[in-house]
Design a protein. Sequence first.
Length: 340
Amino acid sequence: MTSPNSTAPTPSLITAPPPSTTEDLRLALRAATLYYLDGMTQAEVATRLGVSRPTAGRLVARARAQGLVRIEVQAPAHLRDALRSDEERALEEKYGLVEAVVVADSVDAAGAIDDHNSFAGVGRAAASLLVRRIREGDTLGFTWGPETVAVAQGLPSGAATCASVVQLDGSVSAINYQTGTEYVLGRCAEQLQANTVRLPVPLYADASTVVSMRSDSVISKALEAGRTAEMMMFGTGAVSTSTTLFEGSFIDTDMLSVLTGLGAVGEVGGRFYRLDGTEVAGPLDERAMSVPLDDIRACEGSILVTGGVAKHQAALGALHGGLAKMLVCDIECARWLLDQ
């Protein structure tokens, strides 16, 4: 007697029916047309074609995979000089950035490198990025300089809020030099409806004084708030007499010579680094009252705001050192960075 299953093929011999290739492609093409050209959602495509929502998604994906869909993203011709999406994408890929924003304005053409008005265009772009990224419970840290003053000026009212705004570096100087720290604190606090956390210390002090200041309860809390800030915005300083550190009498020509001899090309918060991003273990390390570069490097919301030929190498060193997750710069800086 023959077993009921004796004539059934074994599982390994069972073959699926040949796919209806033409019908599959026709359905995929129809789904893609409804989705891309008619602007339907995938749920609406599913209803129109009488398939499930997941099937509609697979049909749209298949249309792209089969080359039935060609997507082009192109800036209008009259805006191509203002919108620099190609350079932005290239910078993100080259330097591993979360986001890059390139401004068509030239910092050098606008004025002096130490004037915050020269960074007006870059500052507005950075402010727009900041309000899009920052969250209500975040702390925003900043280093003083013309770049961050420009960002503060560009902040719109009521567009975003955060918990606190904190200094990342000391700013008290021996001379009457305007660092812009109070303006940035006040402006950001007002526009972001945030509390202010001051770091009421000089940028540099004797090593023994630094140890004493760091043990102070108020100062230590401010430094800790800066070190753990969810977002940080900063500019870079060049190693030259045109830097704000030199003009503010924080360093002199002798110190510049020492730093140059050690290979320094830039600084953030008074802490210097080389072109390859490695930190300079120089005479200012133990004298600096600022957040360490490692903490800036660890911040997932760090924004480098820069521009101007004098700061190109400083910007490159900061990127090589992984200090920035996001970059806002002018077109000349972007092109120079892409050429390296």
